[in-house]
Design a protein around this ligand. Sequence first.
Ligand code: ADP
Ligand code: MG
Length: 238
Amino acid sequence: MAQVHLRDVVKKYGPLEVVHSINLDIADGEFVVLVGPSGCGKSTTLRMVAGLEGISGGQVKIGGRVVNDLPPRERNISMVFQNYALYPHMTVRENLGFSLKIAKQSQADIDKAVDEAAEILSLTPLMDRKPGALSGGQRQRVAMGRAIVRHPEVFLFDEPLSNLDAKLRTQMRVEIKKLHQKLKSTIIYVTHDQIEAMTLADRIVIMRDGHIEQVGTPLDVFENPVNTFVGTFIGSPP
Ligand code: ADP
Ligand code: MG
């Protein structure tokens, strides 16, 4: 059974259809990257999985459960955005634990989840600092830590590295890959960066103008692009 299942999913804004009947099955533990030019519908698709956007047609399932009408907090997902906002007046420890505090978990449970996340992301020495005293990469690790404390079934990333410089982006790619190997979680990751997609993905989903052009392993897609668009986009014109 697929962990995330999209069946004929459509998104319309008024009369304008921006996502046209998408079908995609993502297995438990799979790292899937949605890639394509700006405006092709990547973020909209991810936001429909998250429940931040309603769907105009079709069905979304997570963990075998239809989630079409469920709000984000009941979907067992965590999302990391490009413009991750940390709370500037809170320490790293407080930032990591905040969502659990709102969910009224006990302090002991919060401490346990926060310490685990900190360990995984090498944040333990930084727990008493405030975001202003962190580097860009450290702040991004805190943003990821906030997503993992909730032990979601599925992580959703929307261009989480776009605001970082090239060197840091490369380092963070390695961090994200390690995170995936440790947690064995299901990840849907959006980027417009082909290299990022090819290095991170178990399977890559190439989108254009609101539909899926091709799905396959990075090697598949590179060696056997289905058309000139995919070939050119991935860098191996047929
Ligand atoms: P991507 O993430 O691939 O760059 P998006 O999913 O953000 O693309 O956008 C897909 C299309 O939907 C674009 O044409 C965009 O202009 C349009 N769009 C996104 N959000 C809205 C909205 N709230 N209202 C109207 N159109 C939108
Ligand atoms: Mg986007």
